[in-house]
Design a protein. Structure first.
Length: 356
């Protein structure tokens, strides 16, 4: 009679386990280890969290690692990318390490170091650059196409990167002026009648564009550029009847345009100009029953040459790390509400009140 098989694991039965080989990566002596490990070894701890099945120890200028071969290979590639970022003169932080690992895991053809060291514009010692793969694709699309739509949730850098490209184009004399516009639609609140001149009344709607400008251009030169017409910030209603030549034109919050407004804006395009349209189709503040022009234009213009749609997701959020989780949570909630309300209603658009 055969004896019953033991249900003990090799560990429990005391069987010897295969010894994982030790992998050593030597860091060049010219690289200060503190720049690679971070203050109080913060970046090393980030690597350990990302690879829980691997053991990582640092001795002198050597990384000593054991663990699954796939993890070890990915850690070595990550170290190569981080060293390339440091060689480009850019400091490392936890965000850069996590994003590098994410890009490598996605098996993208682009190197994380090429994404993280791409400079768009610099001002007062601060450099603006893409931080994710989709952001780099978005920036590349702006270079390659005349009209680009940047569509994605809050915090993905849609408007900020477009503004940076506009400033860079102006500095390189590729355009003669920058025109920034957005629809004057209130985000779920009624502000009532605002006091002051017309500029005072529209200023709150355009304030986010001014804030971004101040990050990219010396604040003292902005009034002079605006007085000369080199930079213009205006509500969308001011665009009607104009032809905009040799300009970099940005339409922000485009989800709050009607289809007619979107058509009016796009047909302002003149010779030597470029248009970037940004918006989030999940945050429509239009009155009930009004269709979003940003949603409609995707069906109308998709496939037309020299028009590009760049889609950003919660993975590309570059604000506080909670913002990406919030965007995902609202996306799940919207999907559930849409399922319950039926296919006739589009997320973000209010239901028209019923008449008795």
């Amino acid at each position: 009679m055969a004896e019953p098989m033991s249900d003990l694991s090799p560990e429990a039965s005391g069987a010897p386990q295969p010894v994982q080989p030790l992998h050593i990566v030597e860091i060049p002596s010219s690289v200060p280890m503190v720049s690679l490990l971070g203050p109080r070894d913060e970046l090393l701890r980030t690597l350990e969290r990302q690879f829980p099945h691997a053991s990582i120890h640092v001795r002198g200028n050597e990384f000593r690692m054991t663990g699954p071969s796939a993890d070890i290979a990915l850690i070595e590639r990550t170290l190569d990318e981080l060293l390339a970022v440091l060689a480009a003169g850019q400091p490392l932080n936890r965000d850069a390490v996590e994003r590098s690992i994410g890009m490598l895991r996605s098996q993208s053809a682009e190197r994380p170091a090429d994404v993280l060291t791409m400079n768009i514009v610099s001002n007062r010692g601060r450099t603006i650059r893409p931080k994710t793969l989709n952001q780099k694709h978005y920036v590349d699309a702006i270079d390659a196409h005349t009209i680009v739509f940047g569509i994605g949730p809050a915090g993905t850098g849609k408007t900020y990167l477009a503004m940076a490209k506009a400033v860079a184009a102006l500095q390189a004399k590729q355009v003669n002026r920058i025109i920034l516009t957005r629809p004057a639609v209130e985000a779920g609140e009624r502000l009532g009648f605002l006091p002051g001149t017309l500029n005072d009344k529209i200023d709150p709607y355009l304030r986010p564009l001014y804030d971004a400008l101040h990050d990219m251009i010396d604040p003292e030169s902005i009034p002079r550029l605006m007085a000369a017409g080199t930079i213009e910030v205006a509500p969308l209603a001011y665009m009607r009847g104009r032809t905009l030549n040799d300009a970099f034109i940005i339409l922000d919050e485009a989800q709050n345009t009607s289809p007619e407004q979107m058509k009016m804006f796009l047909t302002r395009l003149g010779f030597g100009s470029k248009i970037v349209v940004t918006g989030d189709v999940t945050q429509v503040d239009l009155p009930g029953g009004t269709q979003s022009g940003l949603k409609v234009v995707q069906d109308i213009l998709r496939g037309i040459e020299d028009v590009h749609f760049a889609n950003l997701t919660s993975v590309d959020v570059v604000r506080h790390r909670l913002v990406g989780d919030i965007v995902d949570a609202y996306g799940r909630w919207d999907s559930l509400q849409h399922k319950h309300s039926g296919p006739g209603r589009t997320t973000g658009e209010r239901r028209r009140p019923q008449r008795d």
